[in-house]
Design a protein around this ligand. Structure first.
Ligand SMILES: Nc1ncnc2c1ncn2[C@@H]1O[C@H](COP(=O)(O)OP(=O)(O)OP(=O)(O)O)[C@@H](O)[C@H]1O
Ligand SMILES: [Mg+2]
Length: 1022
């Protein structure tokens, strides 16, 4: 990405092909000294350098030249007997000649001990450069294997003048040759140095590193060189079209680069969205940005086919940041130095398939955010029109402009994306634009580069037909080159691509069809399994036609363009398509593919068969299996804390599953549970009612009970905790004998909440612990149980230090997942305050708040509940107001049964601040409060209010009420609070019974381990 220093003007950014001056020199075949163009004899050694008598045909062409010389030949002469040396050298030449010939190169000559080979003479191949580097590596290894001698090798590409082909030997002259010789001389023994021009042609396939520029004799500028290490054995012969020079798009590139500059300057995230028709050049533009110099660039691709996790592209991008792509703690920590979350980030990313989306998104964002603190990071998401909503949410969060980080997020999408996500990119830090068609001049330019041999007349036709779509132009040109150029040109890109694919020989076509069913990116093993044979050769040929390319991931290939996959898919007859999808599903199943992916293939197979009118037994079986797999995937997604994805999968499953089948009944209940906060209450009740009935008819008692327990909380109307608890208990008694851990855990959590709200916190705690055990054994998401654990511990008679130990242990067990940690942190903060460690308490609360924000959730209600009670205990009334008012509004809007607790807090706040009118206003409605805690707290608040109003009698009545309601349950703190209030009211009335209440409050506080409470109660005694 362009910082101003390296990119003075935008246009300079476009790589120009190196234009080497064609030096007409004649290199002496004997001593390699260069002689002026007209020389007949070498100036140095006198050998003949003149062209042979016949007038030589001269051709100018681009070739790759390879020099290979033996190291230290003089010393070799001293070390070896001449006869042995002769044998050795003969073996040396054989060893280095063989790879040259095998890769289609020509051994030009031997100069001294150096062998000069040329790739591109007599015939030019499209992949000469790659052939040369492959040969060079094989030569290097062959010589090394000989043991006794070492070689050094230099390779370079450039324009040369080749002459004298008639004699069977040609003379190559040109700067390129000299550079190759210099590279060879500069190479360390046993290594290969590659020149810049060659590297540019093989970089897609070769591995190596850039070396210090070489100061070369007789050259004004130092030579750039690369130390070649290895070459991908299966890399396509030449570069993808992506690497052809970019045409046009200067303005668009400029826009993005300026946005990058702005991102870096302001240290604020920015979001750029590029929209455009298929083939218009979105990916090409993005790839241009990928070679950014002053930024770390990460990329993730969205795919049309189902993946295991909707956040896969984000994980892919994060993985790109790690040198070997393996999320280990040292590797992650190295990217986020000093960040205490490195372990947690590693845990989430390394187990991406099992971490929920919220945790994954948090982890990736944290990692990328840390990197973007150190410098500009560009993260590219291609084809977000296929992205899951969860990913789009995560992207928007990454680009949240309130964060301080130099992060530029770039997305590409087809135009219809804007209809799907209307508010996308509407912020003050966003830029969206459409890529328009190239103009005719640009299209022609592109064609000339892509197909240099295309006759002008054809080029005109292609330019006219392509309508400025570069992909269309490229493939049209290829079609003309491959076939009779007089054929009519296809009128649409789909037809065009289909025509190219249809023209493939049968074995390649078969491979393409199978691959198309597997996806844009496909595992080679799947294609081999489905075709029942080795397909390397076909894939090689497809790669040569640039239809299929390698991907970064081993064992996989991808269609070079999505439209190719779509076209290939479209060519398969529906019946065959259905078969292939079924086979693909079985293959994936054998490979332990995700239920979502298997179900997706089966679903497609079923739909195709239905379209074909195949209403047979097999179709029904496929349909049911599809539904079952999608239902399993949905259930799992919910267990992982992904309700949205779970609901979508379950809805699809319900569409497929046969009526009155057990899976259907289960899917209904799962959908109600997953969609608890997404579906309207009536819909939830309908699903549960229906699910329970069907489960009953099918004799699925555990399912039925689970549905009924959930239904207790889903129904409208007044909450009757006692009745609900009785029913839950009845259900639980049965569930315990049935062994369904998931149903058991859900019922136990429900019971715990009823128990707690009826005042039995110790029972609630026991139920929560049992729920946690059930969740552990079923492998389900424990977040529900963890979320209520802190409240249970705080309310229960368990002393603070012991309660803290429980949370510490749970933190060790679950803390690496941030969503779990958040819940535990809330409890820890509350307990730390009770234990008297205020600093720690507020720190923990801050950590929880920061985590919640980073998790991108908008559900601050739990946290404000914890914060409200902490501020109240700390008597920080001014600060309390800011938290309490929105909290109160929130719980009252939701009609939560504990809303009066918050209202009581407001009354206390106003009384303590001396605002009588406000206190009275706040107390309105408190009289009708019901339930253990709400009733106790409202009576306490009213007692305070009446005392303040100067009505000690009513105050006393309320305080007595509060104390007796509290005594009906085992909440220690609530009991102590109520007695303290009563004690205070009695003291005001001069009643000696006050001391007893205060003492009893002090004892209860002491039993809980709440020292500040003890002190306060004792102060009343004095
Ligand atoms: N400005 C350009 N200069 C040179 N080549 C280009 C340019 N734009 C596109 N191309 C080439 O055209 C082909 C199609 O472009 P690309 O793959 O970027 O399209 P796309 O917009 O990403 O399509 P899709 O929406 O289907 O992914 C590629 O081979 C690409 O290299
Ligand atoms: Mg693209």
């Amino acid at each position: 990405m362009g910082g101003k220093t390296t990119h003075p003007t935008l246009l300079e950014d476009f790589p120009q092909p190196p234009r080497r001056r064609l030096t007409r020199v004649i290199t002496c075949p004997r001593c390699a000294v260069e002689n002026p163009e007209q020389s007949r004899f070498c100036n140095a050694c006198g050998a003949s350098v003149a062209p042979e008598s016949e007038p030589a045909r001269e051709v100018r062409k681009t070739v790759t030249v390879l020099f290979c010389d033996v190291v230290g030949s003089t010393q070799l002469g001293e070390r070896f007997d001449p006869e042995i040396l002769r044998d050795l050298m003969a073996r040396f030449y054989a060893a280095i000649r063989e790879p040259v010939e095998r890769h289609g190169g020509t051994v030009e000559k031997v100069i001294g001990d150096a062998l000069v080979a040329v790739f591109g003479i007599p015939a030019v191949h499209e992949d000469d450069a790659l052939r040369a580097v492959r040969a060079a590596l094989e030569m290097r290894d062959a010589v090394a294997a000989m043991g006794e001698i070492q070689a050094r090798i230099g390779v370079n590409t450039g324009d040369v003048l080749a002459t004298g082909a008639t004699q069977g030997e040609s003379l190559v002259v040109g700067d390129a040759v000299n550079i190759a010789a210099r590279l060879e001389q500069a190479a360390a023994p046993g290594t290969v140095l590659v020149g810049e021009a060659t590297w540019a042609l093989v970089a897609h396939a070769a591995h190596g590193r850039r070396v210090e520029p070489l100061a070369a004799k007789g050259k004004s500028e130092p030579l750039v060189a690369w130390l070649l290490e290895s070459v991908d054995p299966l890399a396509p012969g030449h570069r993808r079209r992506l690497d052809l020079p970019m045409v046009g798009r200067a303005t668009e590139l400029g826009l993005v680069r300026l946005t990058a500059d702005r991102t870096a300057q302001l240290r604020r995230p920015h979001l750029v969205t590029m929209l455009g028709q298929p083939g218009i050049g979105k990916s090409r533009l993005v790839s241009e940005l990928q070679h950014a110099e002053q930024a770390t660039t990460l990329a993730g691709h969205c795919r049309a086919t189902a993946s295991a996790s909707p956040l896969e592209p984000l994980v892919e991008a994060a993985r790109a940041a790690i040198p070997d792509g393996c999320f280990t703690e040292p590797a992650v920590a190295a990217l986020m130095p000093g960040d205490p979350e490195a372990a947690s980030v590693t845990a989430c990313l390394a187990d991406a398939d099992n971490a929920g989306t919220v945790d994954l998104s948090w982890a990736a964002s944290r990692l990328v955010g840390a990197m973007a603190n150190a410098g500009l990071v560009v993260i590219l998401f291609e084809d977000v029109h296929w992205a899951d909503d969860a990913l789009l949410d995560a992207i928007e969060q990454l680009a949240d402009r309130r964060r301080r980080r130099s992060l530029l997020v770039i997305c590409t999408a087809r135009p219809e994306f804007v209809d799907r996500r209307t508010g996308w990119g509407a912020g003050a830090n966003t830029l969206s634009f459409a890529l328009e068609r190239l103009d005719d001049a640009e299209t022609r330019h592109l064609l000339l580069r892509a197909s240099p041999g295309l006759p002008a007349a054809h080029a005109d036709r292609v330019v006219a037909a392509a309508e400025g779509n570069p992909l269309f132009a490229e493939h049209l040109a290829a079609l003309i080159a491959e076939h009779d150029p007089s054929v009519g040109l296809p009128r649409s890109i789909q037809v065009l691509l289909s025509a190219r694919l249809e023209a493939l020989p049968e074995p390649e076509r078969e491979v393409v069809s199978v691959a198309a069913v597997a996806g844009r990116e496909f595992p080679v093993a799947a294609v081999e399994a489905l075709t029942g044979r080795d397909v390397k050769a076909e894939l090689g040929r497809l790669a040569q036609h640039e239809l299929v390319v390698r991907t970064g991931r081993g064992g996989r290939r991808e269609f070079s363009h999505t439209l190719l996959q779509e076209a290939a898919y479209g060519l398969i007859p529906k019946q065959r398509r259905a078969e292939l999808h079924t086979q693909m599903a079985s293959w994936l199943d054998e490979q332990h593919g995700s239920d979502a992916a298997v179900g997706d293939h089966l679903d497609r197979a079923y739909r195709l068969r239905a379209e074909l009118g195949l209403a047979d037994e097999a179709t029904a079986v496929i349909r049911e299996q599809a539904g079952t797999r999608l239902a399993t995937a949905g259930r799992r997604a919910d267990a992982m804390g992904e309700p949205v994805r779970a609901s979508l999968l379950l809805e699809r499953a319900l569409d497929l599953l046969p009526d009155r089948s057990p899976v259907q009944a289960a899917a209904m209940v799962e959908l109600a549970a997953a969609g608890w906060n997404l579906l309207p209450r009536s819909e939830r009740s309908r699903l549960l009612d229906d699910g329970a009935d069907r489960a009953a008819q099918l004799g699925l008692r555990a399912l039925e009970l689970r549905a009924r327990v959930l239904l207790l909380g889903a129904s409208d109307g007044p909450y009757d905790d006692r009745r609900a608890l009785d029913e839950t208990n009845a259900a639980l008694r049965e569930l315990e004998t049935l062994g369904d851990q998931r149903a058991l855990a859900a019922a136990l959590c429900t019971r715990a909440e009823y128990e707690r709200s009826l005042g039995h916190a110790a029972d609630g705690l026991a139920s929560t612990r049992r729920a946690l055990d059930a969740l552990r054994s079923s492998g389900d998401d424990a977040v529900w149980a963890l979320a209520i654990m802190g409240d249970m511990l705080t309310a229960s008679p368990v002393p603070v230090p012991e309660a803290e130990d429980v949370l510490t242990e749970l933190m060790d067990e679950f803390g690496l997942r941030p969503t779990f940690r958040f819940e535990l942190l809330r409890g820890q903060a509350a307990l730390a305050q009770l234990g008297g460690d205020d600093d720690r308490a507020w720190r923990l609360l801050d950590t929880a708040r920061g985590l919640d924000r980073d998790l991108g959730r908008r559900t601050g209600l739990y946290l404000s509940g914890t914060e409200t009670s902490m501020l109240l205990r700390a008597r920080r009334y001014e600060q309390l107001r800011g938290t309490l008012l929105p909290y109160l509004a929130g719980v009252e809007r939701l009609g939560r049964p504990d809303a009066p607790v918050a209202r009581a807090a407001l009354v206390e706040l106003e009384v303590r601040l001396g605002n009588l009118d406000a206190a009275r206003a706040a107390a309105a409605g408190l009289e009708g409060a019901d339930g253990y805690e709400p009733l106790t707290r409202s009576r306490m608040a009213l007692a305070e209010l009446h005392l303040f109003e100067g009505d000690p009698e009513r105050a006393l009545a309320c305080a007595r009420d509060a104390a007796s309601v509290a005594a009906g349950g085992d909440w220690l703190l609530l009991n102590a609070d109520a007695r303290l209030t009563l004690g205070r009211v009695l003291t005001g009335a001069g009643d000696p019974a006050a001391g007893e209440q205060a003492r009893s409050a002090a004892e209860l506080y002491a039993a809980k381990g709440y020292a500040a409470g003890v002190a306060e109660a004792e102060s009343l005694l004095r």
